[in-house]
Write a protein that binds this ligand. Structure first.
Ligand code: SF4
Length: 316
């Protein structure tokens, strides 16, 4: 250095200072955003796909492998990230209008099941149905049909327009009354005695509250708790799981019925619960250093998505 002219030495010193500053700035940004929150992150091993969804997706993937494409009537699962993954493999989601126009193809029926009219259209259009209706839903359809055949008045606690509910109503030629809130029955002339069913993914607590309220009003209610145990058991497991963490990240598609219910369960038992439908919605500002974070999700949330969320959180 001593041999160099003064202006060159000054230049080298300035460049070195500026390099050190840049490095400090990178280190500080890195420190803020990567690894410095030191979160301890755990995925709830009971969360993720239920067996009905696993069955439908495995069936779809098998056919996609051999055929390269496959039509599916409605979103195969209420999770956009998983739907996108399968679309990239060749899954073609169609609605009921498009289904009516289709001929000579194979079409997957998802876990929610379908009403009898869908099977009729398939027959007329030479469509082979790859039926992945969940056995729990099929059993419920059967019970509703038997009640209808026995001329019982049927009320279904379920979400208006939900595919499973449409499938159930179809067992009764559209006769069954669907309600998603007890208020909808206020002021309605109900028969003195009727049969009550529930969509498989509704809240157990709400179903029993509705049953008790209706009995309290003097109706004779033949109540059938037809909520899927994959949902109601998870309900109880989540109540315990979320209490062990400072923050909860609940991962679910926004269209998922049980996602909404299970998220409510989490939030009631841990107020620091965030609903996240894709990893892009995460931010380091949601957490404090050394937070213990629990990740859980709906019966339609893929494990790979929760793993992705975990790897993002552990990098904060
Ligand atoms: S939640 Fe239950 S009924 Fe619904 S698809 Fe899953 S296993 Fe079947």
């Amino acid at each position: 250095m001593g041999l160099l002219p003064k202006h060159l030495r000054d230049n080298i010193v300035n460049v070195t200072i500026s390099l050190v500053k840049t490095l400090q700035s990178i280190m500080s940004t890195f420190g803020k955003n990567k690894g410095m929150l030191n979160l301890s992150v755990t995925i709830d091993q009971e969360s993720g796909f239920c067996f009905g969804v696993v069955y439908a997706i495995e069936m779809a993937e098998e056919i996609l492998e051999e055929q390269g494409y496959l039509y599916c009537l409605g979103d195969i699962v209420h999770n956009d990230e998983e739907v996108e993954r399968l679309k990239l493999k060749g899954l073609r989601i169609i609605n009921h209008d498009e289904f009516k126009e289709l001929k000579n193809e194979r079409v997957l029926i998802r876990a929610h099941g379908e009403p009898p009219a869908t099977y009729q259209i398939a027959l007329e259009n030479n469509i082979i149905l790859m039926d992945a209706s969940c056995p729990v839903v099929l059993k419920l359809q059967n019970r509703v049909k038997n009640s209808f055949d026995d001329q019982e008045k049927i009320y279904i606690y379920g979400k208006h327009g939900h595919a499973e509910v449409i499938g159930l109503q179809g067992q009764t030629n559209g006769d069954a009354v669907v309600f998603q809130d007890l208020k909808e029955l206020d002021g309605v002339d109900l028969p003195s005695s009727f049969t009550l069913y529930s969509q498989t993914t509704k809240s157990t607590d709400k179903f029993y509250a509705i049953k008790d309220e209706l009995i309290g009003r003097g109706y004779k209610v033949k109540a059938n708790d037809t909520i899927c145990r994959q949902v109601s058991n998870r309900d109880n497991e989540l109540k315990v799981f979320v209490k062990n963490y400072d923050k909860i990240v609940f991962v679910s598609g926004r269209k998922s019925s049980n996602g909404k219910i299970l998220y409510d369960v989490c939030r009631q038992n841990n107020v620091n619960t965030y609903f996240v439908s894709s990893p892009e919605e995460l931010s380091p500002t949601m957490f404090e250093a050394k937070d213990r974070v629990g990740i859980c999700g709906a019966t339609s949330t893929p494990m790979w998505l929760m793993e992705k969320v975990k790897s993002i959180l552990t990098a904060y």
